[in-house]
Ligand binder design. Structure first.
Ligand SMILES: Nc1nc2c(ncn2[C@@H]2O[C@H](COP(=O)(O)OP(=O)(O)O)[C@@H](O)[C@H]2O)c(=O)[nH]1
Ligand SMILES: [Mg+2]
Length: 380
């Protein structure tokens, strides 16, 4: 009896031990499965990264090839390229000479060298954040770098990667529906009206019918200035008197553009009001009014930034983006004292396409922006 009880207890214990062992095994199996799944996930991530890197390299290589072919095939574009290059002399001098100096007497790649490169990038107005990001990426590739040319190639590639890939070619005709409405915004004096005028000329040259709404009613001179640009560009204009409600001008602009079957409507806006808050509220109101008259419009909100203001351009862009949701950017005055790094810094921070750059005050001094061409111009 006692013996039987003892046997039964023993058996129970054995069974419990077995159960426990099985549970442990099951846990281990689950852990192993998790580990394998995690490995698989990491591998997949690496694969995607590698694919992206290859795509980027391919894009870069193709552009390098087309740049080499450019002189014979597209003399006009080559002229623009040369003008862009001469506009960027200062940045180029900084980048070129300093980077080449860094590698004089075949220096080793070490921390000192990276410190100096970092300084060069900050001097080129790339800004602190983007410079740090860039240095991080370059350091990771340092193992296979030994010459100035290799470093330049990596730097170029990483700079190009800062720009969001354009979804449409920079110089494509405006998309349907018509009128294609572009609202131009930005701080006073950055070159809004000038850029709008140059844009109008670009479109009319392509046989597009362009209407301009003079919604900067803050100063009489501003309305006059738009009028002059409209004449030059062969565009029509809708204007009210000084002090009129800018949203009403924009509304009339949309109405007229629809009635007159215009291809493009460009809306000029003010860059300064009595307070910054008023300005943002006014821009929002213009946008709302335009949308009410033509659902889906404005199709683009183009912010104009003065490249010579350096890092300020970034804080301006953030503020306007918050208020009116920018869709594209133009950087002006790259023919002046601007440092080219600001272009990459803006693109890398805002993640918005830079559509145009201004390289002078006349009608032809607006270029469709091409990141690869631009970065190449910085280094040549
Ligand atoms: N050098 C140069 N000057 C420019 C460029 N774009 C605009 N400007 C000048 O900047 C000044 C302000 O331009 P404006 O269009 O009136 O600016 P807005 O107040 O933003 O409308 C004018 O003297 C323009 O000629 C450019 O790309 N290069
Ligand atoms: Mg203006």
């Amino acid at each position: 009896m006692v013996f039987n009880l003892f046997k039964r207890k023993n058996k129970q214990k054995e069974q419990e031990a077995l159960k426990e062992q099985e549970q442990l095994k099951e846990q281990e199996r689950l852990r192993e499965q998790e580990r394998l799944e995690e490995q698989e996930r990491l591998k997949e991530k690496e694969r995607i990264k590698e694919q992206e890197r290859l795509k980027e390299e391919e894009r870069f290589r193709k552009q390098e090839e087309s740049n080499e072919r450019e002189p014979s095939e597209e003399p006009d574009k080559k002229g623009l390229f040369r003008r862009l290059k001469s506009g960027l002399t200062k940045t180029r001098d900084v980048l070129n000479t300093d980077i080449n100096d860094l590698f004089k007497s075949s220096r080793k790649i070490d921390d000192d060298l990276f410190d100096e490169l970092e300084e060069v990038l900050i001097t080129a107005d790339l800004g602190m954040d983007i410079t740090m990001e860039m240095m991080d990426r370059i350091r990771k590739q340092a193992g296979r770098l030994s010459t100035a040319d290799q470093l330049k190639a990596v730097l170029k590639k990483e700079l190009i990667a800062l720009f969001p890939s354009p979804s449409t070619p920079a110089d494509a005709a405006p998309a349907l529906p018509r009128p294609h409405v572009i609202m131009v915004v930005g701080v006073n004096g950055t070159g809004k009206t000038t850029t709008l005028g140059k844009l109008a000329a670009r479109f009319t040259r392509k046989n597009q019918k362009v209407l301009i709404a003079a919604a900067d009613t803050f100063r009489a001179a501003a309305i006059e200035q738009v009028g002059i640009w409209a004449d030059r560009a062969g565009a029509s204009i809708v204007r009210h008197k000084q002090g009129a409600d800018p949203a009403a001008v924009a509304y009339d602009g949309v109405e007229a553009a629809m009635a007159r079957k215009m291809d493009v409507l460009l809306i000029d806006t003010a860059g300064r009001l009595h307070t910054q808050k008023n300005l943002m509220e006014e821009l929002k109101k213009i946008k709302r009014t335009v949308e009410k008259k033509m659902p889906g419009a404005p199709h683009e909100v183009l912010m104009v930034l003065d490249a010579t203001t350096g890092q300020n351009a970034i804080s301006q862009a953030k503020m306007f983006h918050e208020a009116v949701n920018l869709t594209q950017l133009a950087l002006t005055k790259l023919d002046g004292t601007a440092k080219g790094g600001i272009v990459a810094a803006v693109a890398g921070t805002m993640h918005l396409p830079i559509r145009y750059i201004g390289v002078g005050e006349s009608m032809d001094d607006l270029q469709a922006f091409d990141a690869i061409q631009f970065v190449n111009a910085l280094f040549e």
